[in-house]
Design a protein around this ligand. Structure first.
Ligand code: SF4
Length: 349
């Protein structure tokens, strides 16, 4: 089977080409064609010797996913269902913020974490995505933006899947995303979002990278959190808090807490108070991103009313917690993460 070059970090490809007797610069040259010029045919890489192009053609490939379905919203959001080489399908979403174009990248085909509000988790995990497939998600979005004279500027590994359940592939992916010779996206414009796998959080803090970490918190206490996130039973606050503290101490980075606003469930003023205590009492260096819920017909949860969201934000801010409400995109298409895929692939019970 041919090896997909999109799955290699530059140091790994350099090492591999050196072992094939090539110069130290060969990998950088090939990266320049792929990421700089968006040339995916080895035959077109004219500064690479003919002999080595033959080696590349016989042992390597540059394979991108195919667009299976595409939805475009009036607000500029683009949602694609991508088909991988083996037929597996995953969702990627492009969101046009005023500061740039962000892609929400999936890291697994389906997800086993079973969060009760989530459309992505309606379909169980089939497999991990490879590094090359995640890079492919971004390159596909770049190809859609190119005619508009734009490119992807921000990446959130926040689509379908739990990134730390696919740790090594995700780590290589974010390194390629951040590499100035590859996708060239600033570390602070890349965020990896976990539902709270403590071992992954601790390990990630020790990687020495500046890439952001977001935790899907979604509730201010174990009791509520365990009702909507099964992972919280394996990793209750007694384990999660020390892991977050260790991450902050090792990385020196601020955390983001994602908090999805579910009506009459976690959106009360009492919950806001508990959230403030959770952050302050545990000395967590974090800001809170409140997420308006996109309702999923198979799920019982409802969207919080705007007045509730505003009161929640006000309380957090008054108590010194940095807080934003996530801008909403794609209201006229399948807005909830995983909704397009679950419709197209079919929800298995
Ligand atoms: S919210 Fe994320 S971790 Fe939870 S089921 Fe959905 S995709 Fe998986």
């Amino acid at each position: 089977m041919k090896k997909n070059i999109l799955g290699y970090t530059l140091p790994k490809l350099t090492e591999e080409f050196l072992a094939l007797g090539q110069s130290k610069f060969r990998a950088k040259q090939v990266f320049g064609w792929i990421y700089g010029k968006k040339v995916y045919s080895f035959d077109a890489m004219t500064d690479v010797s003919k002999d080595f192009r033959n080696v590349l053609n016989s042992d390597y490939c540059v394979e991108l996913p195919k667009i299976f379905t595409k939805q475009e919203s009036n607000d500029g959001t683009i949602k694609v269902l991508l088909e991988m080489g083996d037929g597996a399908k995953v969702e990627s979403v492009l969101m046009p913020y005023n500061y740039g174009d962000a892609v929400c990248v999936s890291s697994q085909v389906g997800c086993n974490m079973g969060c009760a509000f989530c459309a992505s988790g309606l379909l169980r995990k089939e497999r991990n995505l490879t590094t090359a497939e995640m890079v492919g998600e971004v390159l596909i979005m770049d190809s859609l933006l190119e005619p508009l004279g734009r490119k992807v500027t921000h990446i959130d590994v926040m689509g379908t899947g739990e990134p730390f359940d696919n740790y090594d592939n995700v780590l290589d992916f974010v390194k390629i995303a951040n590499d100035p010779f590859a996708l060239e996206i600033g570390a602070r414009h890349i965020t990896v979002s976990t539902c709270g796998l403590c071992d992954g959080i601790k390990k990630y803090g020790k990687e020495g990278i500046q890439i952001n970490l977001a935790l899907s918190l979604h509730a201010p206490n174990d009791e509520l959190r365990q009702q909507i996130m099964p992972i919280a039973k394996a990793y209750p606050f007694s384990k999660l808090i020390p892991a977050l503290q260790e991450y902050s101490a090792d990385s020196g980075r601020r955390l983001t807490f994602e908090y999805i606003m579910l009506r009459d469930f976690n959106d009360t003023l009492d919950c806001a108070k508990q959230l403030v205590s959770f952050i302050r009492d545990n000395n967590l260096f974090a800001y809170v991103n409140l997420i308006p819920y996109n309702e999923v017909k198979e799920k019982p949860y409802r969207r919080s009313e705007k007045t509730r969201v505003n009161a929640f934000v006000d309380y957090l801010k008054k108590n010194g917690i940095n807080c934003t409400v996530r801008k909403e995109f794609g209201g006229d298409i399948d807005a909830a993460c995983g909704q397009l895929r679950s419709k197209q692939v079919g929800v298995k019970s």
